[in-house]
Design a protein around this ligand. Structure first.
Ligand code: GLN
Length: 543
């Protein structure tokens, strides 16, 4: 599109103000007005992608269809907009430098000194324009990670300055700041916002719109004060109050007229009023549930909800469609391991064993699977969760007592979870993973087929190890069915138990594909079976 518009979202004062949510809420509103939008996240850290970052540092890694390991904000974008993202949507400083250094080694700079300006900033601008030049989008929203004033984000702000100069009114900068409330003074304070905007001015960028994150409503005079000191129109100061759920934010931003202000500044006329019917219906459902279930989420990062972000969100989507409030209670797999039994899982209506890497807490996850299998509680295993289900079945049903995954015991006599030959050949931490979208064929008469309602699906992956097909027959005969298979590689993608109300393990990550508009069928069905389990429990209690 010749006239693609670029919106930059920067943050000031502190981190964690919710730039990602503001960006996706704006995207949602503009999309609901008929524009095609994409969102990009620029992360100022030097890791090439977050795949090698500890979840304690970074939270969940979100995986795109084309196998990019990205920031979790991209997950929000897909969940809000229902549009898939790609490699181009998440750029890190590591990626930028890697590209520039590769070019330098190939002699592509013809002997010139390679510098932050212009070479690094040119690469940043190239990555931003890549999306705009694809011809698919009216508007590209680029969120700059970090906080203005950080050394690391300087080249990005400089790239924004240059793009404004090139693009004029086709470009807009939104700055998100904090307006803190000082209890002792009983006042909201604008000074941090003023300082933050000054820092941007020092770097040559005047924000067009200021979004103020605040615990308390801003008065008109306070807004006018911010407008005056920060050199923006009065109507360009937008209040962003703390919300009950992130899904409220698009409607809150609509009330604040953020979308209209953006269109006015970009000199665009709205195609129509935003169509948010589906969104409002979804909000109504999550706020007015008619039933409730409690799901146990068994993982090793339970103190850190961001590590399982997409799983939590998938439960919100699946709960809404079932008019059910899904309470997700996390249980630390190491605590289950210490306990040595399933007591910590008493009272759950469903058990989900989470994805993960490394041996810590795995035996606890295996105990959780065992408990769900024997107590006939709905069970959902994702990635490592599925692998644990396979190990548990091998040990306790097939009698292969020392069965394990090669990841946890290289010497196991029964490697029921193994590494693919092809994967073994690839070196390097990131290279060895099976990443992104792969096809899966669902066997007729399987529960998986019944749930999806179609035979051919595709789902996203992020793992190294696989079900070992040498054991296929033994598992099938004993009742653990391989119901989803990749036909090209014969890799097992889904296992399920016969003679159990709901017991499914998936090698892929369904949580990456669940959105508000398209809740994931496996989560929807799992919640439904947890509801059935819950009502059968209360019936038995009444008897
Ligand atoms: N650690 C397992 C593997 O690499 C599972 C990975 C995951 O749960 N994402 O195969």
């Amino acid at each position: 599109m010749a006239d693609t518009k670029y919106i930059f979202v920067t943050g000031g004062v502190t981190s964690s103000l919710g730039k990602g949510i503001i960006s996706v809420s704006l995207a949602k509103l503009l999309q609901a007005r008929g524009y095609s939008i994409t969102i990009q996240k620029l992360d100022p850290y030097i890791n090439v992608d977050p795949g090698t970052l500890d979840p304690y540092e970074h939270g969940e890694c979100y995986v795109t269809e084309d196998g990019a390991v990205t920031d979790l904000d991209l997950g929000h974008y897909e969940r809000f907009s229902n549009v898939p993202t790609s490699q181009a949507n998440n750029v890190t400083t590591g990626k930028i430098y890697q590209a520039v250094i590769n070019k330098e080694r190939k002699g592509e700079f013809f002997g010139s000194t390679v510098q932050v300006i212009p070479h690094i900033t040119d690469e940043i601008k190239y990555r931003i324009k890549l999306l705009g030049n694809s011809g698919k989008y009216d508007i590209v929203i680029t969120e700059i990670g970090g906080t203005v004033g950080d050394i690391e984000s300087l080249p990005y702000i400089e790239a924004v300055r240059q793009m404004r100069r090139e693009l004029g009114s086709n470009c807009l900068v939104i700055h998100l700041t904090l307006v803190p409330y000082l209890a002792a003074a009983e006042e909201l304070k604008t000074k941090p916002t003023q300082h933050s905007v000054k820092t941007m001015l020092e770097q040559g960028v005047q924000p067009d719109i200021i979004v103020c994150r605040t615990e308390r409503p801003l008065t008109n005079s306070l807004k006018a004060k911010i407008a005056l000191f920060c050199n923006v129109d009065d109507s360009s100061v937008i209040e962003s109050l703390d919300a009950n759920t992130i899904y409220d934010v698009p409607l809150m931003m609509q009330k604040e007229r953020l979308d209209l202000e953006v269109l006015r500044k970009l000199k665009m006329t709205s195609k129509h009023e935003p169509n948010l019917e589906g969104w409002e219906e979804f909000l109504h459902r999550i706020k007015n549930p008619t039933s409730e279930v409690t799901i146990g989420l068994i993982g090793k990062y339970v103190e850190l909800k961001d590590a399982y972000k997409s799983i939590f969100e998938s439960f919100i989507h699946a709960g809404a469609i079932n008019n059910c409030k899904v309470r997700v209670k996390t249980v630390h797999s190491e605590h289950i391991e210490e306990n040595g039994n399933g007591n910590l899982m008493e009272g759950f209506d469903g058990i989900l064993v989470a994805p993960g890497f490394g041996p810590r807490g795995v035996e606890g996850k295996i105990i959780a699977v065992n408990y769900a299998r024997l107590q006939r509680i709905p069970f959902f295993g994702i990635c490592l969760g599925m692998q644990c289900a396979v190990i548990e079945f091998a040990r306790n049903v097939l009698g292969l007592k020392k069965a394990n995954s090669l990841e946890f015991n290289q010497k196991t006599p029964w490697p029921v979870i193994d590494m693919m030959e092809d994967q073994k050949k690839i070196a390097g931490l990131d290279g060895t993973m099976r990443l992104g979208k792969f096809d899966c064929f669902l066997k007729p008469n399987s529960k998986a087929f019944q749930i999806y309602g179609t035979q051919n699906i595709s789902e996203r992956h992020r793992h190294r190890y696989e079900f070992n097909n040498k054991f296929s027959e033994q598992f099938e005969t004993a009742g653990m069915k391989q119901s989803g298979i990749n036909l090209q590689t014969e890799l097992v993608e889904i296992i399920e138990l016969e003679n159990h109300p709901w017991f499914i393990g998936v090698q892929f990550h369904p949580e990456y594909k669940s959105t508000v508009a398209n809740p994931h069928p496996l989560f929807v069905s799992f919640v439904k079976s947890a509801m059935e389990y819950s009502s059968s429990k209360s019936l038995t209690n009444k008897k």
